[in-house]
Ligand binder design. Sequence first.
Ligand SMILES: O=c1ccn([C@H]2C[C@H](O)[C@@H](CO)O2)c(=O)[nH]1
Ligand SMILES: [Zn+2]
Length: 131
Amino acid sequence: MSDPHDLFEAAKAAMAKAYAPHSNFPVGAAIRSAGGAIYSGCNVENASYPEGWCAETSAIAQMVGAGERAIIEVAIVAGKVACIPPCGGCRQRIREFGTADTRIHLCDATGVVETVTLGELLPRAFGPEGR
Ligand SMILES: O=c1ccn([C@H]2C[C@H](O)[C@@H](CO)O2)c(=O)[nH]1
Ligand SMILES: [Zn+2]
């Protein structure tokens, strides 16, 4: 297993690019793919509030756009709180490309604080293999 600190650093760098003028709540996320690459993203808000999207969603879009479809682990960091678990929608989006064993690293400003599995965050999930 790779040291998740590189994933934390990528999430933190992505958070610095967040566009969050409406909530003033910047978030960064980074994914390590099955191919071993890191894909990161930030939240992108909108004056029409529901049109904004999460950092995890941005990172997933980067991964899929690069041709990868398997998430091994995810790191998430927010500027205002120590540990931010992904929202419900992002849990489902991560599930699309991950498994119950996918590791989710919750970070503060200095690094990983807690690691949970997607199975813990989204038990009895409806996944793509269930269709
Ligand atoms: O896991 C999360 C939770 C929230 N946000 C964003 C959405 C919105 O822009 C801001 C406040 O909810 O934080 C994320 O990017 N990821
Ligand atoms: Zn989300």
